[in-house]
Design a protein around this ligand. Structure first.
Ligand SMILES: [Zn+2]
Length: 572
């Protein structure tokens, strides 16, 4: 190992490069502007950081501050010292640290092989500013405290070596030793690197503050805009806000709007909202699902019929366009329109005129058209199934409504709105969702979007006992790997199992007063007992209740004089 130049002496040499320029109020070291600050003021600032942020956060912040300035100085050292050897160039850092009055650095052992990435450095730190000031305010600490300085050494050496070098204090004046001692070596060579590295990672208070600030802004805007949101428009997610913002901007004009999005995302709700905030709000809103009308009837349905237009047209009647006059016509699944109807639709959009079937007289209509589709219209155009000119006309103003899985923030408010709606509708008092149910709602992918959510929640309202909270099992009947599964649900969230349909019919029967809840219960008990071949214990297991509970219910049935119960009890 070559002999190291005395750092203190080298720092003295460097001192000759300092220039105080009283005229401009600047201090220069070579070409770098320096500051001369009160150590006491600096110490107070450090104390305030600790008191405000807590020891651990302040430590992270100070370490990273040191690291950043160490990296700067290393770049400077490497750039300026191209004509000296590595070791001398490296010593610029310790010199600066000494010169700046932060700590007196004495190298004990330094091994460096830059091309091979080898580094080992051991230094004695005397009069550490940071250690002394920490001790002054907080007494002796249980571990080393020269965080900024350790950060500086780590940043400086890492940048200089071009690989991650971590320093640790083995002794520290702040921890009760007479001086500080530091050792630096590559991160991989430390057994306990992990516990130190976390202070270098910007878990960042700044990030957390920005996060909080974003949330506040978000909440503020949602509070502000909530009042202006039309009924049934529920959402605070950026995707929803963006779509709604676009929609609102189109409200005042006549431009046809094309709503795009997967099935169940709420296109009709958007269309109604557009109508509601447009100058036509007092006019009619007419919705047509183009896919639901047989192709041969579409034209008559949309544009009306004159008496005698075809066999069976015994009287004249207006179509949906005329009925929507002065208001808005919502054409859902517009991609399914047959081609003659497409031509007529284009004519209305261009000239504001329609002709009833079997009529030659054009009629003026004042209708705003909102179309929607979950199909890829441009593909339909390529396949020759949709008119290009109509496509351009409709596509002029498109609003994409994001799928529910891309607006997870909206699941909770939507769920709440639906549970309120259906609890009222079914005359049932519920206390919301259990935490597990909330988690299940959030973790599910919702391929059927809001319509599926709505169906799932309506069913859960029916299934949950009154006065309770809706449980995950009420929402998703079958579970697999702890995830809600689609078993038993189609894309619209409707149960497709036959058993469920008959269950639904049973609910209907009870709700319509066809049979009573007691009758349903006795049917269920009867079925369980029959299935268990009159073994009450296994019948109870089938029902998920205990044998005494089952016996009690059967007894109650018997007492209320139900014949079937007698039969059951007689058999057992
Ligand atoms: Zn120390």
């Amino acid at each position: 190992m070559r002999k190291l130049t005395s750092v203190a002496k080298a720092a003295d040499d460097m001192r000759s490069h300092i220039h105080f320029c009283a005229e401009t109020g600047q201090i220069w070291l070579h070409e770098h502007r320096m500051l001369l600050v009160h150590a006491e003021a600096q110490a107070l600032l450090r104390k305030e950081l600790i008191d405000t942020l807590g020891m651990a956060r302040a430590r992270g912040l100070l370490t990273r501050m040191g690291y950043a300035s160490g990296m700067r100085d290393a770049e400077l050292a490497r750039k300026q010292m191209q004509d000296v050897d590595d070791m001398e160039a490296f010593m610029t850092g310790p010199k600066l640290h000494t010169l700046e009055g932060i700590v007196r650095v004495t190298p004990i052992r330094v091994e460096m092989d830059r091309p091979r990435g080898h580094f080992y450095g051991e230094f004695l730190w005397e009069n550490s500013w940071e250690g002394q000031s920490h001790r002054q305010y907080y007494g002796i600490h249980h571990e080393p405290v020269c965080w900024t300085q350790i950060g500086y050494a780590s940043g400086y050496t890492s940048a200089f070596m071009g690989r991650r070098i971590l320093y640790q204090e083995t002794e520290c004046v702040g921890a009760g030793n007479s001086d500080c001692r530091i050792i630096g070596k590559p991160v991989e060579e430390w057994d306990n690197a992990e516990e130190h590295l976390r202070y270098y990672n910007p878990e960042s208070i700044a990030d957390q503050l920005i996060d909080l600030q974003t949330q506040v802004t978000h909440l503020r805007s949602s509070i502000g805009e909530k009042e202006s949101l039309p009924k049934h428009m529920i959402g605070t997610s950026p995707g929803f806000r963006q779509a709604y913002g676009l929609l609102k901007r189109a409200a005042d004009s006549q431009i046809p709007v094309l709503l795009l999005g997967e099935t169940g995302v709420g296109k009709e709700v958007f269309a109604r909202a557009l109508h509601g905030c447009s100058p036509r709000a007092n006019g009619p809103f007419v919705a047509v699902n183009c896919a639901a009308i047989p192709p041969e009837l579409v034209e008559a349905e949309l544009f009306g019929v004159e008496k005698g237009a075809y066999t069976g047209a015994q009287s004249s009647r207006p179509g949906r366009f005329e009925r929507a006059s002065g208001g808005t016509l919502f054409l859902d699944e517009v991609g399914d329109l047959p081609s003659p109807a497409q031509a007529k639709l284009l004519r209305v959009l261009q000239e504001g005129e329609i002709e009833r079937l079997g009529d030659t007289r054009p009629r003026r209509v004042d209708v705003r058209v909102v179309a929607a589709t979950n199909a890829d219209l441009s593909r339909l155009v390529q396949e020759g199934r949709f008119r290009l000119d109509l496509y351009y006309r409709l596509n002029a103003y498109q609003v994409h409504i994001p799928p529910l899985r891309e607006r997870k923030e909206d699941i909770s408010p939507l769920s709440k709105a639906f549970i309120d709606k259906y609890a009222t509708l079914h005359g049932k008092k519920l206390r919301g969702f259990t935490d597990k149910a909330k988690r299940a709602l959030l973790s599910y992918n919702w391929p059927g979007n809001i319509r599926e959510l709505q169906n799932v929640i309506e069913r859960s309202v029916i299934l949950a006992p009154p006065g309770t909270r809706v449980e995950a099992e009420h929402l998703f009947l079958a579970k697999r790997d702890g995830q809600p599964s689609e078993l038993g649900l189609d894309a619209d969230g409707a149960l497709n199992a036959q058993s469920w349909q008959s269950g639904a019919r049973l609910c209907e029967a009870v709700l319509n007063g066809v049979c009573t809840l007691d009758e349903v219960e006795s049917m269920l008990l009867e079925a369980a007992v029959a299935k268990a071949k009159n073994n009450l214990s296994s019948a109870a297991r089938l029902l998920g209740i205990t044998r005494p509970q089952l016996a009690y219910r059967l007894k109650r049935m018997q007492e209320s004089g139900q014949a079937k119960a007698d039969v059951i009890m007689g058999k057992t």
